[in-house]
Structures are given as C-alpha cells and as structure tokens.
Ligand binder design. Structure first.
Ligand SMILES: *[C@@H]1O[C@H](CO)[C@@H](O)[C@H](O)[C@H]1NC(C)=O
Ligand SMILES: *[C@@H]1O[C@H](CO)[C@@H](O)[C@H](O)[C@H]1NC(C)=O
Ligand SMILES: *[C@@H]1O[C@H](CO)[C@@H](O)[C@H](O)[C@H]1NC(C)=O
Ligand SMILES: *[C@@H]1O[C@H](CO)[C@@H](O)[C@H](O)[C@H]1NC(C)=O
Ligand SMILES: *[C@@H]1O[C@H](CO)[C@@H](O)[C@H](O)[C@H]1NC(C)=O
Length: 325
C-alpha cells in the first residue's frame, strides 16, 4: 500500500560498534540503560531498541511507570508470544496483505507470519534483533542496526537504521532513520509501546477501557478484511461510530455495547475492540504547527500523553489477545 510507504533517506553516518569501556553509563543489573531528566525517567534495551519503562509523576506527585515491559532485559527475547513491548519493528512495521508487494515493477514475496500476511517484516524483523548502541548521554541513547538484504524474507538491499531516544522534562522523543543503500525497499518504522497511564495501580481496574482517547485527524482508516489484512480501501469514520475518536475524545471502552465493537479488528479472528490504523488526515501547516495526532489520558492518575508525529498513520491496539498474564 503506497500510503503506508515511508522512505526516509538520510546522509551516511559512522556506526560505531560498541561503547568504549568505562563509559559513564552502562546497562544496570536488569540489562537496561536508564535516562533521566527533570520529573521523568526512562529505560531502554538494545534488544529491539525498546523502551521498557517510563516513569512520570501522577497528579499527586507519585511516580508511575506507565509503559508495559519486563523487569529484566533478558526476558524480552524469550517470550514466545513476542508482543513487541516498546519495540521498534522494521524494516517494515505493521502488515503486508497476502505477504506480497511490488517495488519498481518487481514483485516480492515476504514471510507469511500473520495468517496469509506479513506482520513486522516476519520472524527476523528489527524487533527481534539486538541493536548496537552507538551513542549514550545522560538523557539520550542511539541504537543502530545493519539490516542486510533478504535477512528478512523478501526485503532486498542493505538498510542502515538508527533510533535515537531522548528524554527531556515531560517528554520522550524518538527519531527514526533508515537509509536504503543498494536497492529500493519498503521502509516503515514506529515505536510500539503499550500504555497504562494508571501503572496498574487503579484499584477499580487493571484495564485501559476507562482511558480517554482523542484522534483529532482520524477521519479515515486503513480498511481491513476479516483477518486484519489491508484491503486497499480507505473507509471514512462516521461520527458516533465505534472508531470515532475524532469528533470528540472518548473512553476506549465507550463503544463496547455497540454491535460493531465485535470483530472490529478482525471478524474471522474474533478480534473485538481495536487493532486498527487511522490515517492522520492533515495539511502540511498542521504538521509544522505540531499539534498532537493522538492524546490519551486517565482521570485516575491525571496523567495525559500527547503524541506528536510527522507520520501519516497511527495504530491503536486495545490488547484483545492479551490475557493479562
Ligand atoms: C537479569 O537477567 C540476567 C540473565 O538471566 C541475570 O544475570 C541478572 O542477574 C538479572 N538481573 C536482575 C536484576 O534480576
Ligand atoms: C495468500 O497470498 C498468496 C501470495 O500473494 C496468494 O497467491 C493467495 O491467493 C493468498 N491466499 C488467500 C487465501 O488470500
Ligand atoms: C553491530 O556492529 C557490528 C560491528 O560493526 C556488526 O558486525 C553487526 O552487524 C552490528 N549489529 C547490528 C544489529 O547492526
Ligand atoms: C469507567 O467509566 C464508566 C463511564 O464513564 C463508568 O461508569 C465506570 O464506573 C468507570 N469504571 C472505572 C473502573 O473507573
Ligand atoms: C489477497 O488475495 C486474495 C485471494 O487471491 C484476494 O481476494 C485479495 O484481494 C488479496 N488482497 C489484496 C490486498 O490484494
């Protein structure tokens, strides 16, 4: 799908293999790199270039870790369900229908690891590899990846990727870069965090159904079939429908009693709720004005998260498949 292609070309850069010994910041006993700024602390790991923790103060000044992740870096590669907690999937994130695409008139076949489709480039994507750490300061870390052609089935040509995470007062910023060195290839990158703005400390609920979501530009979606594969259609989102978060902010569980909730994210898979992509429909002035493309908030903690991005889509997943174990 052309709309999803995001080819970023950046100047070559020197990718150093590892930090020199004795660098002031090394991973802790949990295998994580800790970055800090005023009122915020975050942890990252080289496996999948992931964020593992994000701690901010709630409305009462209590620190809350609002991103889901394991306590120890060693647990990320071994979870057989591989939920991509906090990861950077690549070189092509999300789904390719029928595990095939055409670039420059040539058809390529990728690994079918999601029904008949490809998810996150297959089982050797960037979120299943240990990246190199090339730069580290007290508040930023850069991970790099050398992705040889066909190391994920059906993705030609060498790609050099890098991810820089930066923590500043009240914010976490991610800069994603990828350079196709030898062949045109689909590239689409994202971060893949799971949020619970109550940090699982809300005595009334462990779930996020009471979080309020706003997608102010989300008036169209990527159309999907019953197996969550994109169809090529770009349906509009009617006001008041299950997928309407544009006309006004809405609790994530507010439409649970709407019959359309059932199967909304894949009827043949029985996926109810959200695992869908909204198009960020905005003109270039809105991009430069940097208004949030999504806002998530919780009344319990008083924590609000604004998402800013220059990309054309945002995926919301309400964790239908997650058993909470
Ligand atoms: C994290 O896991 C590694 C590998 O199993 C282990 O050596 C280390 O002690 C663990 N660290 C903590 C803090 O549990
Ligand atoms: C699965 O994908 C293959 C390869 O693109 C295609 O030939 C086939 O028709 C697809 N099967 C289904 C059931 O969609
Ligand atoms: C990390 O750097 C080494 C040395 O340059 C290189 O061989 C390896 O492919 C790199 N790993 C990744 C994931 O890019
Ligand atoms: C969630 O929100 C609904 C509707 O506002 C409310 O009735 C319900 O009590 C809330 N539940 C929790 C656990 O906060
Ligand atoms: C996938 O293949 C099936 C069967 O050939 C076809 O009906 C469907 O349109 C294809 N999907 C896409 C997005 O091309």
């Amino acid at each position: 799908m052309k709309y999803l292609l995001s080819l970023l070309l950046v100047p070559s850069q020197v990718l150093s293999a590892a930090l020199h010994p004795g660098h002031p910041i090394a991973p802790g006993p949990d295998g994580k790199y800790t970055l800090k700024a005023e009122g915020i602390e975050a942890k990252f790991i080289a496996y999948s270039a992931a964020i593992t923790n994000l701690v901010v103060n709630d409305r009462n000044g209590v620190p809350r870790d609002i991103i889901l992740g394991y306590d120890n870096a060693s647990l990320y590669p071994v979870d057989p369900n591989h939920p991509d907690y906090g990861a950077v999937p690549g070189r092509y994130t999300n789904r390719i229908a029928n595990h095939t695409y055409v670039v420059d008139g040539e058809r390529f076949f990728t690994e079918a690891n999601d029904g008949n489709g490809t998810l996150h480039s297959g089982l050797n994507g960037w979120s299943r590899r240990t990246w190199n750490v090339s730069e580290l300061t007290t508040n930023s870390i850069t991970f790099t990846i050398r992705d040889e052609g066909d190391s994920s089935e059906g993705f030609p040509g060498l790609v050099l990727g890098s991810v820089t995470h930066t923590i500043e007062a009240g914010s976490w910023t991610t800069k994603l870069k990828a350079e196709a060195k030898t062949h045109d290839t689909p590239i689409m990158l994202t971060t893949h965090p799971y949020w619970n703005l109550d940090a699982f400390q809300n005595p009334a609920t462990d779930l996020i159904l009471n979080h309020t979501l706003s997608l102010p530009y989300g008036k169209r979606m990527i159309g999907i079939d019953g197996t969550t594969q994109s169809t090529g259609a770009l349906p509009s989102v009617p006001k008041g429908s299950v997928n309407d978060f544009w006309s006004k902010p809405k609790q994530i569980g507010a439409s649970m009693s709407d019959p359309a909730w059932v199967g909304n994210c894949g009827s043949e898979y029985g996926c109810s709720g959200y695992n869908n992509q909204w198009i960020v429909d905005r003109d270039v002035l809105d991009v430069t004005a940097s208004k949030p493309i999504a806002t998530l908030s919780s009344d319990f903690s008083g924590i609000k998260w604004d998402l800013y991005s220059d990309q054309a889509g945002v995926v919301i997943y309400s964790c239908y498949w997650m058993g909470g174990k």
